[in-house]
Write a protein that binds this ligand. Structure first.
Ligand SMILES: [Fe+2]
Ligand SMILES: [Fe+2]
Length: 309
């Protein structure tokens, strides 16, 4: 039988001074796979990766503003990846403790090591690790790692979100112009494919209690709501760089970013990942709440205005 464990994700856990001897130890472990590399340019992804060249306000901005916007969009992605890998370590640590068989524990010991490597590969690219606190998706995931049962987490994290992560990291790798980061993202993809597949093996819908189903349904509703509102991170980077005036053109910006079509694709991917795993009625319930329907440009604009408050 598994016992309950108290998990703190410690997203704000500090990094040691570079000269600390433990860094040498960590490096020795990492170098058995691949040592982290430093960034070569100001942004690992170009403006086109974010669809920014289609946005009139962006094209008309000064070179300095454009550079600032692209950098901010890239940092959003990198800080999110940094946080997700940090959460991956915490989640694997919890799973190691609540494992019921030797093989289950061995599996999560391996996954924990993978997530530590991923974190190390992403970290040199992150300007402000403390920015994790501003990301609502990260906040939601952190809460789940701390409080959800292992069977709810098998479904949410491994079956659905690591599946989603595969397609996300695929896009990041394909569009990446920094050769070192690109190579790291390709390696992360190999590992994450295995983590996602592990979820398929370990998750058993019969092990879900009614409260686990509740947790899954509420968490997925929140994830879908975050996807429905379109590329808010890109739009907010643009509005922040160009000033409050630019917010008046938010609807046009979301239309130029093709927000509705892009969100529709992401929502369908999530739907596909959720289906066929024996969690009866989940997709139907969320569908009934209209959560697989992306917002149009006007809806995205309103949601962003509300978010910026
Ligand atoms: Fe990872
Ligand atoms: Fe993972």
């Amino acid at each position: 039988m598994s016992r309950s464990v108290d998990v703190g994700v410690r997203l704000d856990a500090p990094h040691l001074e570079p000269k600390h001897r433990l860094n040498g130890v960590v490096r020795a472990y990492l170098e058995r796979r691949a040592a982290p590399v430093a960034p070569v340019g100001p942004s690992p992804w170009p403006a086109a990766f974010f669809g920014l060249e289609k946005v009139k306000l962006f094209r008309e901005a000064s070179a300095e503003q454009r550079a600032q916007i692209v950098k901010s969009c890239a940092q959003n992605l990198l800080v999110e990846a940094y946080a997700i890998e940090k959460l991956g370590m915490a989640s694997a640590a919890k799973m190691i403790l609540v494992s019921e068989t030797t093989e289950e524990r061995m599996t999560f010991c391996h996954i924990a090591g993978d997530e530590a490597s991923h974190l190390a590969w992403v970290t040199p690219f992150v300007a402000r690790p403390e920015a994790v606190a501003d990301n609502p998706f990260v906040g939601l995931m952190g809460g789940l790692v701390e409080t959800a049962s292992k069977h709810a987490l098998f479904y949410l994290l491994q079956c659905v979100l690591e599946g989603w992560g595969l397609s996300h990291y695929r896009l990041l790798a394909d569009g990446c112009v920094d050769p070192g980061l690109r190579a790291s993202l390709e390696r992360i993809l190999v590992d994450e494919r295995l983590h996602h597949g592990t979820g398929g093996v370990l998750f058993d819908p019969r092990a879900l209690r009614p409260e686990d189903r509740e947790t899954i349904s509420e968490a997925m509703a929140m994830v879908l709501t975050m996807v429905q509102v379109g590329p808010q991170g890109v739009a907010i980077s643009l509005f922040r760089a160009l000033g409050e005036e630019s917010l008046r053109q938010a609807e046009q910006v979301f239309a130029e970013l093709d927000a509705q079509a892009e969100s529709a694709k992401k929502l369908q991917l999530l739907r596909k990942l959720m289906l066929g795993r024996g969690v009866d009625g989940l997709v139907e319930t969320l569908e009934g709440q209209g959560l697989f329907t992306p917002f149009d440009a006007a809806g995205c604009s309103q949601a962003t205005a509300a978010f910026l408050g």
